[in-house]
Structure formats: structure tokens, C-alpha cells
Design a protein around this ligand. Structure first.
Ligand code: ATP
Ligand code: MG
Length: 260
């Protein structure tokens, strides 16, 4: 079976996309699912968050330009079953350069074909940059499922309708007709604030079917882990954040039938 591709996206910055990409990938890998994390953000936070260098030439940049294949860019991480295609600052230029090529929304999909054909991974997780620029749009065009990281904060739902409209357009225009909303992941939930609960209630009211039951709490441990280049499972496997991401992983395995 060819790899299922999940794009973790939200045009809003700092909502927990990368934290989710790192920790979801890690927990899936720990469950024996061969997982490839692709860092599509020129900031390279997923790359450094897993303790890898943002080495020049290590990203998909050259592959976007037709040199080599994405398979050549895959790097093994310390975690068994988890590999990554890193990012580095070169990738930023792609936003501009891609716009000049034909089929510019489907470049990533093309790049990923050899990986899918090689059957070497079960799941591909794309960590998208903020803003719906060409890299994020390529992620959505290549994905089977969109996972939306939604921070429990004011105006969260406004951003949500915007990305849902983009998905609708990609489907209607035939760019990615089979793209599905895989689910909504609530992040940085703070039990002490009414706002967190209110936002969660709103999302439940309108999107209950899509909402994952595992809610990611606001946790200092989650925010500390990346500076050590570690997932939450390495940094503090008993923390509330680790438990929440492990539960999210289980839900995702069940929802998308990823069991090994
Ligand atoms: P960007 O849009 O810039 O790529 P992002 O959506 O990927 O941001 P993250 O980088 O995951 O968001 O998180 C933003 C900041 O919030 C980071 O400093 C991260 O460590 C912190 N953070 C993420 N999730 C949590 C959480 N559940 N609890 C506390 N801090 C968190
Ligand atoms: Mg990020």
C-alpha cells in the first residue's frame, strides 16, 4: 500500500503545527509505523526540533528544480522508523521560483512519487510554514489528508474557515480532488482559561466529527523540548504533553487505519 500523506497546516503562525509534526511523527514511529517527516518550512523548526542540522543542500530545494530525487534527501533520525527530509533557508526561494513553472501547485506531489513507489514508508507527514504560500499549497495539493492544528485562542475559528475554503477550491479545481479534512487538533489548551473552553466548545459545535478527542494541553515541557533537539517522548515521556500526543497518535492510527 502506498504511503498516506498528511499535511499539518494552518496559515496562522505559532499555533503548534511543528510541535504536532514532530511529536505525532515520533509517536507513530514508536508504534512501528514507518514515518517520514518532511519539513516544508524554510524556518526549519521541525528539522532542528529533532536535533538535525539545517545543512545547506539538505532540503527538497534541488529536487523541486529537477535535480535528483526526494529519496536521496531522506535522512534517518535517532528514532527507529522515523526519517526526515530536512529544511534549510534555501527552501525560501522556492516560494518565488516555483511560481514561474508550469503546474506549480503539483511540484511536491511529483517530487514525492518516487518515495510512494518505493514503498519504503507508511506515512508521510508534511510540516507546513505559516501563510498559505506556494510551499503550503503544494503540501495541500500533495496530501491525502489535512490535519489542522488549531490553537485554543481568540479568532481561531476565523482562520479555520479560510483554510477550509482553500481545501474546497483545490478540490473543485481538480488540483487535489481527493483531499480530505483529516481532522482538527486543538493545541495549547489551557484548562485555567475560559477562552480555551469557549473555543473548544465552538469547534465541537460546528466540527464535532472532525475534532480529535485528544486535546493538546499548554505545557512548558512541550515548549522546552525543541531546544534540546528532542521530541517530548525523549525529553519527558511522562509529561501531560507526551501523553496527549501519544493519545492523538492512537486516534490517528485508528481513524486512518494505519495499524501495523
Ligand atoms: P510557525 O507557524 O511559526 O511554523 P507553528 O504553528 O509550527 O509555528 P510551533 O512552532 O509548534 O507552532 O509552536 C509555536 C511556539 O509555541 C513554540 O515556541 C512551541 O514550542 C510552543 N508550543 C507549541 N505547542 C505548545 C504547547 N502545547 N504548550 C506550550 N507551548 C507550545
Ligand atoms: Mg512551524
Amino acid at each position: 500500500m502506498s504511503a498516506k500523506i498528511f499535511s499539518i497546516a494552518n496559515q496562522k503562525g505559532g499555533v503548534g503545527k511543528t510541535t504536532t509534526a514532530i511529536n505525532l511523527s515520533t509517536t507513530l514511529a514508536q508504534k512501528g509505523i514507518k514515518t517520514l517527516l518532511i519539513d516544508l518550512d524554510p524556518q526549519g523548526n521541525a528539522t532542528s526540533g529533532l536535533g538535525l542540522e539545517k545543512t545547506k543542500g539538505s532540503s527538497l530545494y534541488s529536487v523541486f528544480h529537477g535535480e535528483g530525487t526526494a529519496n536521496d534527501k531522506i535522512v534517518q533520525t535517532r528514532q527507529k522508523n522515523l526519517s526526515i527530509i530536512p529544511s534549510e533557508v534555501d527552501l525560501a526561494a522556492i516560494e518565488v521560483e516555483l511560481a514561474q513553472s508550469d503546474n506549480y501547485l503539483l511540484k511536491l506531489k511529483e517530487c514525492l512519487e518516487p518515495i510512494k513507489r518505493s514503498n519504503s514508508v507508511d506515512v508521510i507527514i508534511l510540516d507546513s510554514p505559516p501563510a498559505l504560500g506556494l510551499l503550503s499549497m503544494n503540501g495541500l495539493s500533495a496530501a491525502d489528508y489535512l490535519l489542522i492544528a488549531l490553537q485554543c485562542e481568540y479568532l481561531a475559528l476565523e482562520g479555520l474557515s479560510q483554510i477550509l475554503n482553500v481545501v474546497q477550491e483545490l478540490k473543485e479545481q481538480g488540483i487535489n480532488p481527493s483531499l480530505e479534512i483529516g481532522g482538527i487538533i486543538m493545541t495549547m489548551f489551557d484548562i485555567r482559561t475560559r477562552l480555551s473552553t469557549q473555543v473548544l466548545d465552538e469547534v465541537k459545535k460546528h466540527f464535532s466529527k472532525k475534532l480529535f478527542k485528544s486535546i493538546i494541553p499548554r505545557s512548558i515541557r512541550l515548549s522546552e523540548a525543541p531546544s534540546f533537539g528532542q521530541s517530548i517522548f525523549e525529553y519527558d515521556s511522562h509529561s501531560s504533553g507526551a501523553i496527549a500526543y501519544a493519545n492523538l497518535g492512537k486516534e490517528i492510527i485508528n481513524r486512518f487505519d494505519l495499524k501495523k
